[in-house]
Design a protein around this ligand. Structure first.
Ligand code: FES
Length: 279
């Protein structure tokens, strides 16, 4: 696809400035597979408006040559595509199992009360959108709070979270517990669309921290090891047969799953009802 072939209608023209980057994204995909570019394109439109507006939907549909219903079906499925204007800082508090046990819900509740907004709502000054989130994949630092998807507070407390949002609202610098420095949600969308971020400190990396290594450390301290474990053992793609058991010719069929038959023809593995041997 070339930029000379895309003629935006008035419904999408407001985002014409994104066309060069949109075409760059589409060019990453094989010919005939351009619709696979929809996910990064949706992030791209959020760099401009901060959410996926009807204009953003029209833009994606027109550059990909698909219809708006197809774009809408994807944009409304994933929570990272926002359906209404979102604050400069998206503050996500994990309230999933481990974080909840360690106080995540209390962090969320006190933030909500302090900010005067609930889940997926934005403060009147447009600075903060609050959301409670499912596991943010940092249970070792529970409870965790992210800002624009970067880890901002590890082992969060209500006081730390309230102090952080106050700083953000006042335009003061916030130092995250780890990771890259805090940016705006629109800036983050550019990274999520797959473009290198030119700002200093926009991307960070580092060694695993003590909470992440806690299990290994404890095992070492107590001399716990897996018998006969050899770290150089090659990773195989097939399970070796257990001693005393023979490997079926087709494990999938043995489990009742016929690979080329409709699901209704196959019983899920472990489901014995109706699988009685006929005599
Ligand atoms: S439960 Fe909160 S990060 Fe996993």
């Amino acid at each position: 696809m070339s930029d000379t072939t895309v003629e935006l209608t008035p419904a999408a023209a407001k985002l014409a400035g994104l066309l060069p980057q949109a075409l760059e994204i589409i060019a990453r995909y094989p010919a005939g597979r351009s619709r696979s570019a929809l996910l990064p394109l949706l992030h791209l439109v959020q760099t401009d408006e901060g959410f996926v507006s009807p204009t953003g939907v029209a833009f994606c549909a027109e550059v990909l040559g698909i219809n708006k219903a197809q774009v809408g079906a994807v944009a409304t499925f994933y929570t990272m595509y926002k359906r209404r204007p979102t604050g400069e800082y998206l503050v996500s508090v994990c309230t999933n199992t481990l974080c909840n046990t360690l106080g995540g819900q209390q962090v969320y509740d006190e933030l909500s009360e302090h900010l005067g907004v609930g889940h997926d709502e934005t403060t009147a000054d447009g600075r903060i959108t609050l959301e409670h989130a499912e596991c943010l994949a940092a249970c070792d630092y529970a409870p965790v709070v992210t800002v624009n998807y970067d880890f901002a507070i590890d082992e969060a407390t209500p006081e730390a979270a309230v102090g952080m949002v106050d700083k953000l609202r006042n335009g003061e610098a916030v130092t995250p517990s780890r990771g890259a420095r805090v940016c705006s949600l629109k800036e983050m969308q550019l990274q999520l669309a797959g473009f290198a971020e030119p700002r200093d400190g926009a991307v960070a990396d580092g060694l695993a921290g003590a909470p992440t290594l806690r299990g290994v450390t404890l095992a070492q301290e107590h001399g716990i090891a897996v018998a006969d474990f050899n770290p150089d053992t090659p990773i195989t793609t097939t399970k070796p047969a257990r001693e005393g058991k023979t490997t079926p010719a087709n494990p999938a069929e043995a489990a009742g799953v016929a690979s080329n038959k409709p699901a209704a023809d196959a019983k899920p593995a472990g489901d014995s009802v109706g699988n009685e041997v006929k005599k």
